[in-house]
Design a protein around this ligand. Structure first.
Ligand code: SF4
Length: 581
């Protein structure tokens, strides 16, 4: 152990029901650091090429970062990775909350699952003691019930649980992994991989908090965040006041509200269910992740004769309120909050759930999906009550929900008739709720991100490093501060150059994995619609051309040390980063 590094990775073979410990050593940690870099390293090194993402060969990796669990705001992140059942390529997603910090306190930096349990199981970790337990009594249950039962069964209310909902059990391709009931490793179908392994949950309780080498920079940063950054005009003001989703009004004025499957740039009434409205009308309180004073998480309570929403499931952040709200033409705040609660307790990625529904609604409008296909159900933009029913039908694969449970990319392959043209995804992963026609940073992110339509900036240094270190991207920490926190946590003397190299190494490993699994430059392209003008609003006279995107993509390749035309890492880049086969 070296301060915040435990030097312990837990290995679990679910086929054999066997667990063991690996101690990779400090050289390994200096090279691969943590979080998303661990995931890229292990997938590249150990996963057989061409493995079925939903087969027992796939690996499911939970990885904390070196800063995870230390006492500084934004320290609560961990990553979850596997080969994605949505893209067949590199899959990875990050979550906050408490679970990652608890894993570190139990003395582990990560968990790697392989194989498949014969029957449903959960993993119970109490410090060094690790046990694979029967989960027959939990299978089929929603997340809130599972967490309550596990805490009861384990006799400890402070046990932290990460788990899948019914959607993951039913192998909904875009099922997510849920921790602490309102935090999600949402993207790329990590919940489906967990379900394919018959792994319902991982319950953790630890007793030794990470011991940073130098508390001073952590304390100073914590004081700066809490004392100086919450006032109007300061970096964390909006997050602290409203969480994400407060900018819908300005998106409306600028003409890039996500609406009707990215077709329209405006939607009348979209601000009725934005973060400001949700905060003012239905939020019981703001809450946050472990040791973070920003408190950007809404907890929504609704108790009416018609509807209830339980605050234990949190409340919709921006991606959710756009995906299952404005993108579906739904502006009713009650319906949006109820949909958010449902995707949370059923364990669906809200972005992909909204995306497949928006795509299907447009296909119904165009007559590509027929009333007979829908079996008597309505699937039309703007009908919040129907959305609630469809969310359930997808999670339980009922009726046409079974087709939609495959996600838009796979469902379009089944439906045919040019419907794939209207799928708003890159590499099979639905776009985050940001329109690249209006947002240059997303244009530079979506096409080249190893995880397709990932909105979390993982293609670029700022956020990629955050995901590697275990730091939340919402914190306004520049590279120098990130480095200071890393060295304070670990006792290392890493330099900015080494940190740069770590970013380049992580992104290049993810690319190497994708190349191995069949990636081509055609996968680094935007959906057809992004090259069409918006159907209405202030941006309806602007076009983003394929040449523009291709040029920016090639610039990105070049700046990574990859070949400008082929996108393949150059030999000298691979050698410089120590990534030779
Ligand atoms: S800023 Fe928000 S999401 Fe990030 S760690 Fe703090 S509370 Fe969690």
């Amino acid at each position: 152990m070296s301060h915040s590094i435990n030097n312990r990775i837990l290995r679990v073979d679910l086929t054999e029901g066997r667990t063991w410990t690996e101690a990779p050593g400090m050289e390994f940690y200096r090279k691969y650091v943590g979080g998303r870099m661990f995931i890229a390293h292990y997938l590249l090194k150990e996963l057989p090429q061409g493995a079925d993402p939903l087969g027992p060969e796939n690996m499911l990796i939970f990885a904390a970062g070196p800063v995870t669990g230390t006492p500084v705001p934004g320290n609560a992140r961990h990553s979850v990775g596997a080969k994605s059942p949505m893209s067949g390529l590199y899959g990875e997603s990050e979550a906050g909350g408490y679970w990652g910090a608890e894993l570190k306190s139990a003395g582990w930096d990560g968990i790697i699952f392989t194989g498949k349990a014969e029957k449903p199981v959960y993993l119970w970790i109490k410090d060094d003691a690790v046990e694979i337990r029967d989960a027959a009594h939990l299978w089929g249950k929603i997340t809130g019930d599972v967490e309550a039962e596990l805490r009861d069964e384990l006799g400890d209310n402070r046990v932290r649980v990460t788990q899948i909902g019914p959607a993951g059990e039913n192998l909904v391709r875009f099922a997510c992994v849920v921790n602490d009931l309102n935090e999600f490793a949402g993207r790329a179908g990590m919940g489906a991989v967990m379900g394919s392994k018959n792994l319902k949950a991982i319950a953790v309780r630890g007793s030794t908090r990470p011991q940073p080498a130098d508390m001073e920079p952590l304390k100073r940063t914590a004081q700066w965040v809490a004392r100086d950054t919450f006032a109007e005009g300061q970096p964390h003001y909006i997050f602290h006041e409203y969480g994400t989703g407060a900018m819908v009004k300005s998106k409306q004025l600028e003409g890039h509200v996500i609406s009707h499957n990215f077709r329209d740039g405006v939607l009348e009434g979209a601000e009725n269910s934005d973060a400001i409205s949700i905060k003012e009308n239905v939020t019981e309180r703001m809450d946050g992740c472990y040791s973070c004073s920003v408190n950007c998480k809404k907890r929504v309570r609704i108790e009416t004769a018609k509807m209830t929403v339980d605050p234990k499931y949190g409340g919709p952040e921006y991606e959710t309120l756009a995906a299952i709200g404005s993108n579906l033409g739904v502006t009713d705040i009650m319906a949006v909050c109820k949909s958010a609660e449902m995707v949370n307790y059923l364990g669906l990625d809200s972005i992909s759930a909204g995306s497949v529904l928006a795509w299907a609604m447009e296909m119904v409008e165009m007559g590509v999906i027929s009333p007979e296909d829908l079996g008597g159900e309505e699937l039309t933009f703007g009908r919040g009550a129907d959305v609630l029913r469809w969310i359930e039908m997808i999670a339980y694969r009922k009726g046409f929900g079974d087709v939609l449970a495959e996600g838009a990319t796979h469902a379009a392959r089944k439906i045919g008739q040019d419907s794939g043209k209207y799928v708003m995804a890159v590499k099979g992963i639905d776009l985050g709720m940001h329109d690249p026609r209006a947002m240059e940073n997303m244009r530079r992110q979506f096409a080249v991100a190893p995880v397709g339509g990932d909105h979390c900036g993982s293609a670029h240094k700022r956020n990629s490093l955050a995901n590697t270190l275990g730091i939340c991207q919402f914190l306004d920490y520049d590279d120098e501060l990130k480095l200071e926190l890393l060295n304070a946590a670990t006792g290392w003397d890493m330099t900015l150059q080494e940190l740069d190299d770590a970013y380049e190494r992580g992104i290049t490993m993810a690319r190497q994995f994708n190349i191995r699994e069949g990636w081509t430059t055609a996968d680094d392209a935007m959906p057809w619609r992004i090259h069409q003008p918006m159907a209405m609003g202030p941006m309806s006279d602007q076009v983003l051309t394929e040449e523009q995107v291709r040029g920016e993509t090639q610039d990105y390749y070049e700046s990574r040390g990859w070949d400008r035309e082929s996108g393949l890492p150059q030999a000298d880049t691979v050698e410089r980063l120590g990534l030779q086969a």
